[in-house]
Design a protein around this ligand. Structure first.
Ligand code: PLP
Ligand SMILES: N[C@@H](CCOP(=O)(O)O)C(=O)O
Length: 520
């Protein structure tokens, strides 16, 4: 409720805002920073105004002569030894999703321009924005604007102040179930629309907003979805007044996810196919109609999603965790994490990157099978039904990005059966979390890697939680009522039916209290 109120207020104020004035102050790291504030007569909600400090205002430090910029290049970028050197590139103001050869694209930042500032500078700049309410830097994504879309105007940004999510010390789960004392869960799903997709969608919809203002032919924005991309797309588009169109696999997403685009006024197509079928259709449609493609095939999305990696480092005071475990489906996010960590290393904020683990549901495991083949042969699969329905994907569009990321960080791929992932959810929930099944997949991967001794007991590990558990309550209801065929539901916690009678209630409580065995 609160965040959606802020969302609208921010956009309203942004459009009305007069020009700011400048003040100079010294940031905690002794770097001269210029901050722009608005005149005193402005409304007290000054924090919702546009255009505050920006990197060029810090030019007194290093006299930068290269402006910051970014462009599309074919993936993998030229920096990769296996890439074929090319000069092919495109402005971010072009509407393009694939290179001439049909490969994926990547957003490439002018790293030389970014390197005009050292790691201390970037750390201090990002740290100085934590907790601010100044537009747009109060967003965990736009607090890293220079590394995301350096050239976009603040007025074009469509943001719900996403990001800045809780990095939760999973003390009890860690100690009790995996023998670890340094286990953390990054709750990316505790967000405006309840999943990490907000991080990428703010970037994509902001760029669409800019394109439309530039007069580009974009009548709407479309995606195929297993429920979270569609929720984020429709919310951000609704906020900016941009039409959204979502292709959903009929009867394959949760009710909570389905109602999100409906409520946000999207044009919702429920299609009698699976996600891969919807993805194929949206690609065909967006090549025919002036509908902008919002899936992570579009590399803009990953620029926002990569900020979760930067945010993790920041939350650890720029200490690098040993492992980060990410559930994978269409496989954009695992690459986004790699890219975020790698940029921090290349720009001197940290001196190494973590090892990444991509966790898949065994019922939708094409990456896992590819990994197990020693990366020798990739075959799409027909994904079967899984409680981790948002990753029920058999032909991931970002397969090349995922392999690139995993190979370059000595990464691992793991899988989780339905029973394993649901048990992991129940155990995590019993320690005070309320996680989605996808996070259960990631926790299963952690348990397996701990059992095999791959992850050590004192290694700092972050499990990325990708969606809010409240979107997936039906799976929890089924589990706790032991209503899942062929599943023991070992950790089900069933309510006790009792008569509305004092004696009956006392009997039940006395039996419960005398039972000394811990519940799990
Ligand atoms: C909740 C949730 N977790 C994980 C994923 C996997 O992310 P990716 O498709 O980037 O691999 C998705 C979407 O695919 C998702 O919605
Ligand atoms: N889980 C996703 C699947 C599509 O992924 P995307 O990142 O390519 O949009 C969803 O919620 O739709």
């Amino acid at each position: 409720m609160a965040s959606s109120t802020l969302f609208h207020t921010s956009l309203l104020q942004n459009s009305k805002n007069p020009k700011p004035t400048n003040l100079t102050y010294r940031s905690p790291s002794k770097i001269n920073c210029t901050v722009k504030t608005t005149p005193a007569e402005l409304p007290p909600t000054q924090h919702r105004v546009a255009s505050t400090e920006s990197t060029p205002s810090l030019k007194n430090r290093l006299n930068p002569i290269r402006p910051l910029s970014a462009k599309y290049v074919p993936f993998p970028p030229n920096s990769d030894p296996n890439s074929v050197p090319t000069t092919e590139s495109y402005s971010l103001d072009e509407i393009i999703y694939r290179s001439k050869s049909g490969s994926l694209l990547d957003v490439q930042h002018d790293m030389e321009a970014l390197k005009q500032y050292d790691g201390n500078y970037w750390r201090a700049l990002f740290d100085s924005r934590v907790g601010t309410t100044t537009w747009p830097y109060g967003s965990g994504v736009w607090s890293k604007k220079e590394w995301v879309l350096p050239e976009i105007g603040d007025d074009d940004i469509v943001s719900a102040f996403e990001g800045n999510t809780n990095l939760f010390w999973a003390e009890r789960f860690g100690k009790q179930y995996v023998g670890m004392n340094d286990l953390w869960v990054k709750h990316c799903g505790i967000s405006h629309t309840g999943s990490f997709k907000d991080l990428g969608m703010t970037v994509l919809v902001s760029q669409v907003n800019r394109l439309r203002k530039l007069g580009k032919p974009v009548v709407g924005v479309g995606c195929a979805s297993t429920g979270d991309t569609s929720a984020a797309l429709s919310a951000y588009c609704a906020s900016a007044g941009i039409p959204s169109i979502v292709f959903l696999p009929a009867n394959k997403i949760s009710i909570a996810q389905l109602v999100q685009p409906i409520a946000n006024g999207a044009f919702v197509l429920s299609i009698d196919t699976d996600f891969d079928g919807c993805m194929k259709l949206i690609r065909e449609v967006t090549s025919e109609l002036p509908i902008y493609l919002a899936n992570s095939l579009n590399s803009l999305r990953l620029e926002g999603q990569k900020t979760a990696a930067i945010e993790i480092l920041q939350q650890f005071d720029w200490e690098v965790p040993d492992w980060v475990i990410v559930p994978g489906g269409n496989l954009g996010n695992i690459y986004a994490f790699y890219k975020g960590f790698k940029m921090c290393e290349e720009l001197g904020l940290v001196d190494r990157i973590p090892r990444l683990v991509c966790a898949q549901a065994a019922n939708a495991n094409p990456l896992y099978l590819y990994y197990k083949s020693g990366w020798s042969e990739f075959n799409p699969v027909k994904a079967s039904t899984t409680f981790a329905s948002a990753i029920q994907i058999g032909d991931p569009v970002s397969i090349d990005r995922a392999v690139f990321a995993l190979r370059n960080c000595d990464g691992i791929v793991e899988e989780a059966t339905e029973e394993e992932l649901m048990d992991a959810v129940a155990l995590a929930d019993s320690t005070g979390m309320f996680i989605c099944p996808h996070t259960g997949v990631a926790l299963t991967a952690l348990m397996k890697l701990r059992n095999r001794g791959v992850i050590g007991p004192t290694e700092r590990t972050v499990v990325v939680s990708t969606a809010h558990g409240l979107k997936f309550t039906q799976s929890k209801v089924d589990y706790h009522s032991k209503a899942i065929k062929d599943m023991a539901c070992r950790f089900a916690n069933q309510p006790v039916q009792v008569k509305a009678d004092f004696g009956a209630v006392m009997d039940v409580l006395n039996r419960h209290l005398s039972d000394k065995s811990p519940r799990f």
